[in-house]
Design a protein around this ligand. Structure first.
Ligand code: SF4
Length: 480
C-alpha cells in the first residue's frame, strides 16, 4: 500500500485492514495505537505507510486505549486497533470512557475471529457494545470499512463517545475496490481545558455522566431510525425478509439474492421502529448473524416474531450454504472450493528454536503452563508439551498457583514469549516475586512478535515507525 500512499482520488484494491487505515488517514487521524493480533495486525503498519500520523505498538491493548484516551482528551482524532480478545484487556478503560466521552474522535477497532482461525476463542464482541453502551459499526467489505471508519470519527465527536468498529477476519483479509479521497486536515479540538466533571470519574461526576449517556443512547437510536447511510432497506421478494449485518449480510445476499433485506451498519444501538416496519412488510423474517443471537434477542425483545434457526448455526463462520440451510432447513452440499481440500493446521516452522525447548521439557516430564504465541503450537504432535494455555500472560500466574497448592510434587515451568511477556507477563513475574513463589519461568526471547508477522516490541529497542526506542532488558527486570 505504501506506493499508493499519495495516490489520491482514485480507486484502489485494498484489504479491509488497509481500507480502515485509509479511512482513518483521510479522516485526519493524528494518533494510532494498538497491539498486534490476527486479524487486525496490518492496520497500523498501513497507517504508518500513509504518513502524517503518530503510530505505536503499545505494550498491550489497555495501554493502547489509554494512550488514545489521552490524545483524545488533548483534542486529536485517534484510532486503536486490536483483535477481539484484546478488547478484554482494554475493557477497563473502555467501560469508563463510555462515561467520560471524548474530545477528539476515538475509534476502537475490534477485529473478531469467528471459527478461531488464529484465536483461542470466538467471543462475539458485539456484546461489548451493549455492555459498555458504546455504538458499534460493522462493515461488510473494504469499501464499507473505509467509509464506516470515517463515519465513526464523526459519530464519536458528534455524540461524545468512543465508537467501536467490528470487522471480521473475512473483511480484514479480503480485498475489494475502494474509492479513496484526500486527507482532511482536522485540527485539535478544544483547548485542553480542565473538565473534572467530564474526565475525573469519581462517583459524584460519574452519576451525572451516566444520565448523559442515557440521553446520548436515545439520540443514537434516533439516528439509527433515520440514517440511510448506516442502515438500509433493500426491498425485493417480500415472502422472505432478512435482517443481517457485516459479513453475514454478504452470505445471506449470496444465498437469497431476491429476498428483502434490512442491512444494519450500526449493530448497537438498534432502531426498533425501523425493524418493526421492515418486519411488517415481509411474510417470514430471519435474522442471519454469526456467533451469538445478539440481534435476534434484541429483535425478539421488541415484540417482533423471528423464525427460529438451528442452534448449531451459532458456532463458527457462516457460508452461503450454511445460510441456505438455516432458512430452508435442508442440508446443503459444501461449496465446491471447500470439497476435498486437505486440512492445513498451523504448525511450528521446521527449524523453529522452540522445538528443542519443548523437547527438553518433555524429557523432564515438566508440567508446562504455556501462553499465547508461536510456542502455543508446542501442544501439537509430536511435541505435545503444553499442559495449559489460557490467555495472554496467564502461564506465569498459573504456574504460581500450581506451585502454591502442589509444592514441588512435579516440576512446573511457565513458558512465555518475549512480546507476550511485555504485554502481560511482567505483572505475573512481579506477583511471583512478591508472594515468595518459586516457579520456573522461561522467556523464549526471539526478539519479535513472531505469531502475528514479526512486529517490534519493547524488547527489540525499535518502534513501529522504525525509530530507536529504549530496549527492555529482561535479565535486569527479572533481577529486580
Ligand atoms: S515464526 Fe514462529 S514457529 Fe516459525 S520459527 Fe519463528 S517462532 Fe518458530
Amino acid at each position: 500500500m505504501a506506493e499508493h500512499a499519495r495516490d489520491l482520488s482514485k480507486t484502489l484494491l485494498l484489504s479491509g485492514n488497509e481500507a480502515i487505515a485509509r479511512g482513518a488517514w483521510e479522516a485526519g487521524v493524528r494518533l494510532g495505537s494498538g497491539y498486534p493480533g490476527t486479524p487486525s495486525s496490518e492496520i497500523l503498519p498501513a497507517l504508518v505507510a500513509l504518513g502524517d500520523v503518530y503510530c505505536e505498538w503499545s505494550v498491550n491493548e489497555k495501554v493502547a486505549l489509554e494512550v488514545a484516551a489521552g490524545a483524545s482528551v488533548a483534542g486529536a482524532r485517534c484510532i486503536v486497533t486490536m483483535k477481539h480478545v484484546g478488547l478484554n484487556v482494554a475493557a477497563d478503560p473502555l467501560f469508563t470512557m463510555a462515561y467520560t466521552g471524548v474530545e477528539g474522535g476515538l475509534v476502537i477497532i475490534s477485529a473478531d475471529d469467528p471459527s478461531m482461525h488464529s484465536s483461542q476463542n470466538e467471543q462475539d464482541n458485539r456484546n461489548y457494545a451493549r455492555a459498555a453502551k458504546v455504538p458499534m459499526l460493522e462493515p461488510s467489505d473494504s469499501r464499507e470499512a473505509r467509509e464506516m471508519t470515517m463515519r465513526a470519527f464523526e459519530l464519536s465527536e458528534e455524540f461524545d463517545t468512543p465508537v467501536i468498529l467490528r470487522p471480521l477476519t473475512r473483511v480484514c483479509h479480503s480485498d475489494g475496490l475502494v474509492e479513496v479521497g484526500e486527507r482532511q486536515e482536522v485540527g485539535l479540538r478544544g483547548d485542553l481545558a480542565k473538565q473534572p466533571e467530564k474526565y475525573v470519574m469519581v462517583p459524584a461526576y460519574a452519576r451525572k455522566r451516566r444520565v448523559e449517556m442515557a440521553e446520548r443512547i436515545a439520540r443514537l437510536v434516533a439516528l439509527a431510525e433515520e440514517d440511510g447511510g448506516l442502515n438500509r432497506e433493500e426491498m425485493g421478494d417480500r415472502s422472505l425478509g432478512i435482517i443481517a449485518s457485516g459479513v453475514a449480510y454478504q452470505y445471506a445476499k449470496e444465498a437469497f439474492p431476491e429476498a428483502s433485506f434490512l442491512k444494519l451498519g450500526m449493530v448497537w444501538p438498534l432502531p426498533p421502529e425501523r425493524i418493526r416496519r421492515f418486519a411488517a412488510q415481509v411474510d417470514r423474517l430471519f435474522v442471519v448473524e454469526e456467533l451469538d443471537p445478539f440481534l435476534t434477542e434484541q429483535v425478539l425483545a421488541m415484540g417482533v416474531a423471528v423464525e427460529p434457526v438451528d442452534e448449531s448455526s451459532r458456532i463458527g463462520e457462516l457460508t452461503p450454504e450454511r445460510v441456505r440451510e438455516m432458512v430452508t432447513g435442508e442440508k446443503q452440499p459444501p461449496a465446491q472450493a471447500e470439497a476435498g481440500l486437505p486440512p492445513r493446521p498451523p504448525t511450528l516452522c521446521a527449524g523453529c528454536p522452540h522445538r528443542s525447548v519443548f523437547l527438553a521439557l518433555r524429557r523432564l516430564k515438566a508440567f508446562v503452563t504455556g501462553d499465547i504465541g508461536c510456542y502455543t503450537l508446542g501442544t501439537l504432535a509430536p511435541l505435545e508439551a503444553l499442559h495449559t494455555c489460557l490467555c495472554m500472560g496467564a502461564g506465569i500466574n498459573e504456574a504460581h498457583g500450581i506451585q502454591k497448592v502442589r509444592g514441588h510434587e512435579a516440576p512446573v515451568v511457565a513458558v512465555i514469549g518475549d512480546s507476550t511477556f511485555t504485554h502481560s507477563g511482567i505483572t505475573g513475574l512481579v506477583n511471583v516475586a512478591y508472594n515468595a513463589g518459586v516457579s520456573t519461568v522461561l522467556i523464549l526471547d526471539n526478539r519479535t512478535t513472531a505469531m502475528t508477522g514479526g512486529q517490534v516490541h519493547p524488547g527489540t529497542g525499535v518502534t513501529l515507525s522504525g525509530l530507536p526506542g529504549r530496549e527492555l532488558d529482561f535479565e535486569k527486570l527479572a533481577d529486580a
